[in-house]
Write a protein that binds this ligand. Structure first.
Ligand code: SF4
Ligand code: SF4
Length: 255
């Protein structure tokens, strides 16, 4: 069995090596990378940002994102950050002195200057994720003295929850790549419900209440309370519900 991992061309995983990086107000490129940025937002990013901004997920999607045809596969849309249209082409959260949503910034901003890849091979003994170093000439943070290992960077940027939720999302997105919509095609009612579940958590909550979805599955009282109280738990339920809805293996057991 060949267990050698394949990495994107030109990118080698860092492993346990240290790398130099420090992003701070003193670098000449400060805030440069928050302009002209092509950034995907994942379901957990949307939850963190909309809660910080104290708006609904629907408002967030309308005001700050654009929906684009699926990248990588055509069967499910992706969500991208919508940049300002005032000539600066900046992230809408960029303020004069830096990031206006720093504590809740998306996973891509946290991971940078690294890029995270996930090895989806079924051999469970293999480490499933890996990190490569990006190489943008304009980024001067690489020439600073501070050093990190990948492990330290993950902790420093508080990436654990984001990685966990992005991995759960990745499992669902992989299901979409096999065209689960059948003859209904993309944009049909099934896909629209899945879109709501994955990206529009406030409207998914309404759907859950209207159809009494939490009472259709074996879910204990504490889990139910957590799902009702926390968007992150509702999102985990949404992912499992989408799997179940599509007839894929899911942790939900019907009553
Ligand atoms: S969210 Fe913050 S760090 Fe990320 S691009 Fe926008 S302003 Fe920059
Ligand atoms: S380009 Fe690099 S060093 Fe400069 S602000 Fe962005 S992340 Fe920080």
């Amino acid at each position: 069995m060949n267990t050698e991992k394949q990495f994107p061309p030109g990118m080698l995983p860092l492993g346990k090596d240290k790398f130099n990086f420090h992003c701070h107000e003193g670098v000449d490129c400060y805030m440069l990378c928050c302009k002209n940025v092509d950034m995907f937002l994942y379901p957990y990013d949307i939850i963190c940002l909309k809660n910080f901004l104290n708006i609904s997920s629907q408002k967030f999607l309308e005001n700050y994102t654009r929906v684009i045809s699926g990248v990588g596969h055509p069967y499910f849309p992706s969500i991208m950050l919508r940049l300002t249209e005032d000539g600066t082409n900046a992230c809408p959260f960029l303020q004069k002195d830096g990031c206006g949503v720093y504590e809740n910034r998306p996973s891509s901003c946290r991971t940078y200057p690294l890029e995270r890849g996930v090895d989806l091979s079924p051999e469970k003994s293999l480490e499933s994720d890996f990190y490569c170093m990006t190489n943008h000439e304009y980024c001067l943070g690489h020439f600073e003295k501070k050093t990190f290992t990948v492990k330290q960077w993950i902790r420093n940027q508080r990436l654990e929850d984001y990685n966990l939720m992005n991995d759960l999302w990745s499992e669902v997105d992989t299901l979409f790549s096999d065209n689960p919509w059948g003859g209904e095609g993309s944009g049909g009612p099934k896909q629209q419900i899945a879109f709501t579940a994955c990206y529009d958590i406030n409207n998914f909550r309404l759907l859950v209440a209207q159809h009494d979805l939490l009472h259709r599955f074996r879910i204990n009282r504490e889990q139910k309370r957590n799902i009702k109280e926390k968007d992150s738990e509702m999102l985990k339920f949404a992912f499992e519900w989408v799997k179940n809805f599509l007839g894929a293996p899911s942790s939900l057991i019907g009553l």
